[in-house]
Design a protein. Structure first.
Length: 125
């Protein structure tokens, strides 16, 4: 980011803003399996058809999804599968943070894990 001008920085911020709504993340996740129409996405992620369509519009505007029309149906797909690398990176970090928080809230769980690890080490000897 150090070589980006102000306009590019604004575009990066807008790109990341598209990920800031849980429904949009659900839609992106539902599209991992391939293209889907609005009806199918609505069934998979919940919410109304109007709400899903609204979020698909935002995702399309940000270049995250592409669409094609077949007959009377519009099908959406991921425009660039590399977005899943970004999502997976963030999700792994969040998962690790949650695990640390659970352990910190439960000292007995942490002590039990430590005892289990010590027991395994003694058994291997």
């Amino acid at each position: 980011m150090e070589h980006l001008d102000d306009l590019a920085i604004e575009q990066v911020a807008g790109f990341f803003a598209a990920f800031a709504v849980p429904m949009r993340l659900k839609i992106l996740n539902a599209l991992r399996g391939g293209e889907r129409n609005v009806g199918d996405l609505t069934a998979r992620v919940g919410g109304s058809q109007a709400n899903v369509s609204k979020h698909l519009g935002v995702l399309a505007q940000k270049g995250l999804v592409a669409k094609s029309t077949r007959g009377t149906s519009v099908y959406y797909r991921i425009a660039d599968p590399r977005i899943y690398q970004l999502c997976d990176l963030v999700c792994v970090q969040i998962g690790q943070r949650q695990a640390r928080q659970r352990e910190a809230r439960s000292p007995f769980l942490a002590m039990a894990k430590a005892a289990e690890t010590a027991s395994r080490r003694r058994t291997r000897r």
